[in-house]
Design a protein around this ligand. Structure first.
Ligand code: COA
Length: 168
């Protein structure tokens, strides 16, 4: 478990299904991610189990974000290149908690946790052009824009430019 000033970051568990259903049934939360829009709690339990199965067993790479024991989102860092210690950062916060600094606080804690284990770790992230809040999070935690991938994000019937960020 990781702790920040206001948050706890813990492993995925189906006991958070109701909270994650709130998150993943909200199109405004998932529209710029690859998370499917959920319509039932059973789908949510399946998706949490999928997260549990995909969690790295040796070095945990994805966390539930808890605020006063309620799951308000998730943050993760997928290893993209083991040899070069490259990690892809991502995060989602429940809409009622946007704008309170929680994504930045959780992502920053995750970066410190990775850097503590792998001091040469490089972080990368992508943001669609219409997601300034996410771009602001990345800037606040020290990542800089590297390049733009034209129409790099495709979901359902829309395409958007993808802005790439890195701390390297
Ligand atoms: C992106 C997201 C995680 C941000 O979470 P959050 O907890 O609100 O983030 P923070 O409060 O730490 O920081 C948000 C920053 O964006 C800024 N912001 C919010 N909306 C903005 C907008 N429309 N234009 C510009 N800046 C904006 C806020 O002012 C804040 O910056 P500040 O602290 O300098 O004022 C949240 O909006 C979310 O879950 N979105 C849906 C999922 C998603 O897009 N994930 C990222 C995929 S790349």
């Amino acid at each position: 478990m990781l702790k920040t000033k206001r948050l706890e970051l813990v492993g995925f568990d189906v006991k958070y299904a109701n909270d994650f259903f709130e998150l993943w049934s909200d199109f405004e939360v998932i529209k710029y991610t690859f998370t499917p829009l959920l319509t039932t709690i059973d789908e949510c339990i399946n998706l949490i189990e999928h997260q549990i199965n995909r969690t790295n067993k040796g070095f945990i790479d994805r966390f539930v974000i808890l605020l006063n024991n309620k799951a308000i989102g998730m943050v993760g860092c997928i290893c993209m290149d083991k040899g070069n210690f490259i990690y892809g950062l991502y995060y989602q916060i429940s809409r009622v908690h946007w704008g309170c600094g929680y994504a930045s606080e959780a992502a920053s804690a995750l970066m410190h946790y990775v850097l503590n284990e792998y001091p040469n770790a490089i972080f990368k992230a992508e943001v669609v052009s219409e997601n300034p809040a996410s771009a602001s999070v990345l800037r606040k935690i020290g990542l800089k824009q590297t390049h733009i991938e034209e129409n790099g994000f495709k979901r359902n019937n829309f395409e958007l430019d993808l802005i790439h960020y890195s701390n390297a």
